[in-house]
Structure formats: structure tokens, C-alpha cells
Ligand binder design. Sequence first.
Ligand code: AMP
Ligand code: MG
Length: 416
Amino acid sequence: MPLLSCTDALQLIASKIQALSALRAVEIVGLDEAHGRVLAQPVAADRDQPPFPRSTRDGYALRATDAGSPLALLGGIRAGEQWTGKPLAAGETIEIMTGAPVPVGADAVVMLEHVSADAAAVTLQPGRSAKAGENIVQQAAEARAGDVLLQPGTRLGPAEIALLASVGAAQVDVFARPAVAILSTGDELVPVHETPAPMQIRNSNAHGLAAMVAAQGGVPRILPIAADTREALHAAITAARGADMLLLSGGVSAGKYDFVKDALLALGAEFFFTGVAMQPGKPAVFGRIPPDSTHGEQWVFGLPGNPVSTQVTALLFAMPMLRALGGEGANGEGERTAPQPFLAEARLAEVVAVRPGLTRFLPALLTSSLGGATVRTTGWQGSGDLNANARANCYLVVPPDAERLGEGTTVTVLLQ
Ligand code: AMP
Ligand code: MG
């Protein structure tokens, strides 16, 4: 198979996502357990928002046309109260606090700071006036009772959780999290709790991947390390069949002991790409094991074993698919918006020169201020350098046709 460009690889994954049909099982969770989950049902406003004309200031409710003369003070209301006296008439005012319902008869609120008030009369300060509607959010201006506020397929963050709370959604229908099997391959690997012999290394990839999967809404399951033999891989991949997604690390290059693709093929996998014009991550594999009588389809990513390659390719390719399998972007009407990797723009704080031809992902540190985000690379010893990777909080994306990115240019970063 030819190398795909990075852009084509992402497009291919998006097209597979758009063609996903099955929706996941639905679970009911308490509102405070719903953060990070994906909404499975539309949620509508249970009443108008705001439910009454709401004062947005501490001040005085009045008729805007009366603002020029001293006003008689009828009394006051605070948030949570309703004016129960007679409707406000010409020449009158009622003291009102932020969040209280504007009394019938008033059409504006003037700020406390803009009036002089004594027991007898309230007068606007010189130069101050009032406009009808000022400092009032009219009933239903934000939403009407019955309006759909959140669509299925929405990932729930703090803003959505607060909105759900405002409509009384103490329980929320969310999609079940996808199960992700994580299989590290390599004769040189030992589990994290074992002491490696001098020529061995610890299986760090599985744990980094498990953290990434959990952060993006999946349920990771780390499988025992598989040796670099067809038999061991066959057995391990078979054991992973129940999962919605399989993340393999290592064994996908062209080395003498790289049998992952062979083992997948022997299990009936189809491949959509087996190499991407990128660095790190060039041997990345994306495929699918079709459903059989006992298992559903399984999406498979064969990630190169070098730790930075593993994380870059997982972030870029596997996480959008994971989020889609978790229901993100599925609006329930058969249409899907494919989740995208988290890419952003920043100002480059240095000159970066590379050999053109491949899309590069360089470990980099993004620092942000109100003036914008700035990025610089962390320097690295190549795609095995976990330390440079941990000093970074993103990857600088260097397009395949660029040889030199100048200081101060706007660049793209892949966020972790
Ligand atoms: P591979 O893709 O299998 O050729 O592995 C490339 C490099 O990544 C080798 O130096 C491996 O030792 C290293 N590597 C492979 N798998 C892991 C892993 N699970 N954790 C840490 N390093 C790994
Ligand atoms: Mg290997």
C-alpha cells in the first residue's frame, strides 16, 4: 500500500467515522458523574429561560420615560422574591437586586451607582438616562420552554453540565464508553512492576495509551505483553476481540520480527492504510477486523513502538475514532460529524528547519497568555525520547512542503 499523506489519512478516518451506523448502548448517570460523557438524548428547556424578566443589576426598576424626574420609592425586592404590591405606575420606582423579576409596569432598571436615593425620592444622577429594556433580560430571551438546548452526541463539559442542571436534569442519558484493548508487542519489553535486564525496557506505551484513552472517554484494558511471534500475536489479538477498538504498539515496521500486520491479516483484518508520510509515526496502520458470530467489528490501530511515535499517532488517528465510537458527533438522525484531533494555532517563538517531504510532529511547549499562544520545540533525541515528550505539552506540526518555519509565523500545534 502506498504511503498516505497525513491529510488523506485523517480524511480516511473521518470517512469511516461518518459511515459508522450502530449507536452504542445508553446508560443513565447522575449529573455529577456526567462530565466527559457523551449525551445520548436531546435535552430541552423545561421552562422559559429566563423564566421571568430578569434584572441584570442591583438598582431601581422604573419606566424609562420617567427617568428625568424624582421617583417615589415603593419598596424593594431581592433575588428569589416577587413584587406583590401594586403594579408600578408613572413616577414610581422599586428597588431591585440582580436576578430578581422586574415588577409589572417597569421597563428598565437603572444601576444603583447611577442614582441618588433617600427615603423620600430616587433621582438619576445628572447626565444619566434610562432606555426601555435596559438591564433586563426578557422572559425566554435565552430559550423558550421546549427548545432543544443540547443535541445528542455532545460531549459534556462544565458549561453543558451547568446547563443540564438549569433544566433539572439530575440524571443524564449518556452513551456507554467504548472498550479499548491495549496490546504492547516486543520481546524486549517487561511489565512496569518487573526489573528489566540490561537489554530490556519497560512497557511504557501501554500506560501512556491507557491514560490517553481514559482521558478521551474510553475504558482501557491493558493486555499482557505479546512476544514478536505470529503465534503469540494471533493469540493476543484473539483475546482482545471483545473490545470496540484495539491499540497495538510496536511490530508494524518492516523489521524481521514485525509480525503485527501478518497476524491481523490472518484474523481477517482489512487495512485502510499501512503507512503515513509523517515523522514520527510513518509505519502507522489503520484497519478493521470485521464482525463475526460472537463479536462486533473492531477498529484497529497499529502504532509504531517508539514512544513518541505511539503517542502522536494515537492522538492524531486513534482518538478521533475513539471519540466517535463513544457517540461524539452522532446526532441521532443518522448523520455524524467526525471528531477531529485537537489542533490549534500559535505563534512560533523560534526558527524551525526540517527536511521536507513528511508532516512532522515535534514535541513542543505551548505557553498561553491573553495576547495569544506561543510555541517552541523542546528539543529531542528522536522518537524514542520520552523525556522530551514529557517536557512538551503539544506537538508542533510542520507541513510536508516546509523546509523552514520563521520565527513569529503562525503555526499549527497538535494538543495532547
Ligand atoms: P517497534 O515499533 O516494535 O520496531 O519498536 C520501536 C522502538 O520502540 C523499539 O526501540 C522498542 O524497544 C520501543 N518500544 C516498542 N514497544 C514499546 C513499549 N511498549 N514501551 C516502550 N518502548 C517500546
Ligand atoms: Mg518491536
